[in-house]
Unconditional design. Structure first.
Length: 95
């Protein structure tokens, strides 16, 4: 069986690595996950940083980057609201 290689043109070109270096995070000198883990931030704080830094840069399933930015900012706000609820002794997921 012949091995597939780029040289014999049967193997497709590799796509940019969206797992190791996603475009919506690679624009920063320090990737958010590196900063979050290096500083051992709590889950809620890390997610706020993640969503705020990628807001407007990851389109995902949204039709426009504007819609995607609003969604990411709402996600960050949700984590902030949940943390405030926790600190005030309320149900964490209360509206």
């Amino acid at each position: 069986m012949k091995r597939l290689t780029r040289e014999n043109k049967k193997m497709p070109k590799a796509k940019p690595d969206e797992v190791v270096e996603p475009v919506h995070y690679a624009r920063w000198p320090i990737e958010p996950v590196t900063m979050i883990m290096t500083n051992e931030l709590e889950f809620w704080r890390g997610n706020i940083i993640k969503y705020v830094t990628r807001a407007g840069y990851k389109k995902g399933s949204y039709e426009t980057l504007r819609e995607a930015q609003i969604a990411d900012l709402l996600k960050a706000r949700r984590y902030i609201d949940m943390r405030i609820n926790q600190l005030e002794g309320r149900d964490i997921v209360a509206e």
